[in-house]
Ligand binder design. Sequence first.
Ligand code: BDP
Length: 597
Amino acid sequence: MLRPQDGPTRERRSLCGLWSFRLDAEGLGRAEGWWRSQLAGAVDIPVPASYNDIFPDATVRDHVGDVWYQTHVWVPARWAGERTVLRFDAATHRAIAWVNDVEVVRHEGGYTPFEADVTAHLRPGAENCVTVVVNNELTWESIPPGRVEERTDGRRVQHYFHDFFNYAGLHRPVWLYTTPPVHITDITVTTSLEDTTGLVAYRVDSTAQAEEHEVRVSLRDASGVEVHVATGAAGTLRVADVHPWAPGDGYLYELEATLWSSSGGLVDSYRQSVGVRTVEVRGKEFLINGTPFYFKGFGKHEDAAVRGRGHDDILMVHDFALLEWTGANSFRTSHYPYAEEVLDYADRQGVVVIDETAAAGLNLNIAGGVFGSGRKVSTFSPDTVSESTLRTHLQAVKELVTRDKNHPSVVLWSIANEPDNVQPEARDYFAPLAAEARRLDPSRPVAYVNALMGKPDQCVVTDLFDVVLLNRYYGWYFGPNDLAAAETELAAELRQWAAHDKPIVITEYGADAYPGLRNVVPSPWTEEYQAELLDVYHRVFDRVDAVVGEQVWNFADFATAPGVFRVDGNKKGVFTRERRPKSAAFSLRARWRKTGQ
Ligand code: BDP
């Protein structure tokens, strides 16, 4: 799905700003048709933002169910005759939208965009009303999954199996935009390298009739010089003396696709940035442009005080500056697709991305195994992770890949975080997901993230994937305060994984550290223990050839559901939630900025 863009044939209008907002505690709005009139008793709410932390009010923060958003927007008279589209970059976790009195779109999944052609319902030259109901419930049919408990006192309580707060709302921009009636609907580029020549295979989809319209493409380099032109809806452009996109060198070309009528008039135009690079897994190596790549970086979250998961360019640019400061070259979009602004910025900054679906928590044995009795329960069943979950998950993979396929920064798809990979049913569940990702994008490797519960000899899905991604917590959940044992156990396990002849990236390792808690004798929760644990892991990584990357958990402290295992959220950040460094930030910087690492 193409993002809204201004250009010679297109215009967009951001609907960001203050909207009217109200909770629907009794769940009456849908039956009462709240979209038909001004939202009664509404307050102002900023879009984009999570609504949860805006007000000092637990009923808003912990609300389970529907919330309503409404705004009024003047649509220019000049938009008459154009095709107009209403687009939500994200609504977490599902939404229905109305324009004036008409329902225009429904969408499931909190982190991918959706849109509707609203030409027939929007009145140009007049004020129009846009209303959205956003629902935050997580069930066994949603990705991520969860369970809503109906209490006898009438309260509804949300439970979920992932370790980040269930923020909800309109987290990303909302747009009205125009396209011409005949328009470009999608562009796909894949790139390869032949010595110093770059090959850009492209396909332009449109609603045009082949006999009546012509597609032209032109490729310009970063200084605006045209390096290739072609006609036809699909083809391959050759770029002599190509400047490849590479980690640390976010060089981008710009492909402009134009649609022309048979009388020679410009019908539509769309610009797509292109980074020319290759990605390949060969044996135990992960190659970018044919060169072995070592991932250094973090698992992140879209998370900040007050705004929750709301996208914010200020924080984005700051976070990338801190990645650069630490010497990181990559991050994982744990545990959901991030805002498209983030991927655009990663492309431009030359930062490598592992792009993940929102499938976190498909494992009923993690919390029970780590904190509970250790008794194994079934994750897969008609009442838990089932065919319906799989359907939603397949759709989530599709929406992720179709949204992010053109980003050079994205080098690997992560289908799920820490799912149950031990029960035999896991194979039936994951085989179609891996196949679907490969069908949609044969150009990138596919992986899932493995939790400690699934050791090399127990995992039933390793062979379905190209890269081994491991989250490991020796010295923390397993053997806290014993870093000597952590070193031995980690080394022994990694040697076993290395036998699989696949590259290994450690996608999580780390320890909580309460900022300012210091001790000359490192012990759990101190900054010293966090830094020392990372050092121990690094010593082991450096001894295992198959390890081609280290991504610390986490970049910054983040909000979680409250509980006895969390102190105002998860404190495994190397930076605090306000982005102040803990001691570990300096030791990472020393390691990652060392040349040759
Ligand atoms: C891992 C999860 C991650 C958690 C982390 C932790 O992938 O989401 O936040 O553990 O416990 O299992 O800190």
